[in-house]
Design a protein around this ligand. Structure first.
Ligand code: NAD
Length: 320
């Protein structure tokens, strides 16, 4: 296959790129390095079947240099940070919505009928019922979540209007090696980074908010099963997650238990964020029924894999 991966130098994109390059497919990897890092894909850069394009999905000219006979597109490039979306919603909408529109138009014009769009569980907002299936209302509140709703529905519109073949992939929270662990990073990376340095994790609010965390290798399997499916399973959204719920307090407890030298670290609680989602918990029945999907790596095992990666592979090269 000849595949375009946008956001390929980011966390999920680098893992997917590695899989498809190692399988011998030709991967066009587009990233403006706004949040990604060349170190994430440095083992691929010299490979003949990996073509890195340092460019921006918002730029019209980029679509003139992309091949128009792609077998599939995995569209991950996005501004992913809630806090940054609150500070600058216009930037987030230009990347996440206008950028997605350009990918969809490029696909429509070139008759590319296999597009995976990285939507997210954040489109649902806080759970009105749990576990949340794909019929849960799209009640996102913060600009990041709403921009993902807009792009998610835009993909659906292209399916309905042009019969395009977009799969709207709604992963719940992901974690794994190469996820950013400082500044605008995921909570697990940030907690781990602090605990490994002997510092306490900082928890917003009472810590009883919950998430459904899936290890990155399971996310790669999820995307792969959709890419290779012939039935357009995500035509109107498909959830992927572990199907289990874990509180932020519990996450802190497990990380302290596994990563601190003496277990004597205690989390620090600060004020809750006003628009933070309180509960996210995936119903993955659709993915099970249509694709036979199940996540294989437990939360605890995933944390151990990341700790091992920190100790053996993560060097100053991965500092941002
Ligand atoms: N990480 C999660 O927990 C999670 C969960 C559900 C959905 N998602 C979605 O999956 C996708 C990938 O997430 P991630 O965690 O790997 O994020 P990431 O920030 O690590 O990767 C996104 C990549 O997109 C690139 N990018 C941003 N704007 C760009 C632009 N205008 N042009 C080209 N490249 C651009 C960034 O440099 C980055 O490398 C995102 O769309 C996100 O919304 C992530």
């Amino acid at each position: 296959m000849k595949i375009l991966i946008t956001g390929a130098a980011g966390f999920l994109g680098s893992h997917l790129s590695e899989k498809y390059v190692n399988e011998g497919h030709v991967v066009y990897a587009l990233d403006n390095l706004m949040n990604g890092n060349l170190n994430n894909i440095r083992t691929l850069l010299h490979k003949k079947n990996f073509k890195f394009i340092h460019d921006d999905i918002r730029r019209d000219e980029v679509y003139n240099i992309l091949p128009n006979d792609l077998d599939g597109i995995i569209h991950l490039a996005a501004q992913i940070h809630v806090d940054r979306s609150i500070v600058n919603p216009a930037e987030t909408f230009k990347i996440n919505v206008d950028g997605t529109l350009k990918i969809l138009e490029f696909s429509r014009i070139n008759d590319i009928n296999k597009i995976l769009y990285a939507s997210t569980s954040e489109v649902y907002g806080s759970a009105e019922y749990a576990p949340m299936d794909e019929r849960h209302p799209l009640s996102a509140k913060h600009p990041y979540g709403v921009s993902k709703v807009a792009a998610d529905r835009l993909c659906y519109s292209y399916n309905e209007t042009y019969d395009l073949g977009v799969d709207i992939v709604r992963c719940f929270n992901l974690f794994g090696p190469k996820q950013k662990d400082n500044g605008y990073g995921g909570v697990i990376g940030i907690f781990l980074n602090r605990v490994l340095q002997g510092k306490p994790p900082i928890i917003y609010g009472d810590g009883e908010q919950t998430r459904d965390y899936m290890f990155v290798s399971d996310a790669v399997n999820a995307y792969d099963s959709v890419l290779k499916s012939e039935i357009n399973p995500g035509r109107n959204g498909i959830n992927f997650g572990s199907g289990t719920e874990i509180s932020i307090n519990k996450i802190a407890e497990i990380i302290i238990d596994k990563a601190s030298k003496n277990g004597m670290i205690h989390p620090v609680h600060v004020d809750a964020r006003p628009v933070e989602v309180h509960r996210l918990y995936a119903n993955i029945t659709k993915a099970k029924d249509l694709l036979g999907f199940k996540s294989n790596t437990s939360f605890e095992d995933g944390i151990e894999i990341i700790i091992d990666w920190y100790k053996n592979y993560k060097s100053e090269l991965w500092e941002y």
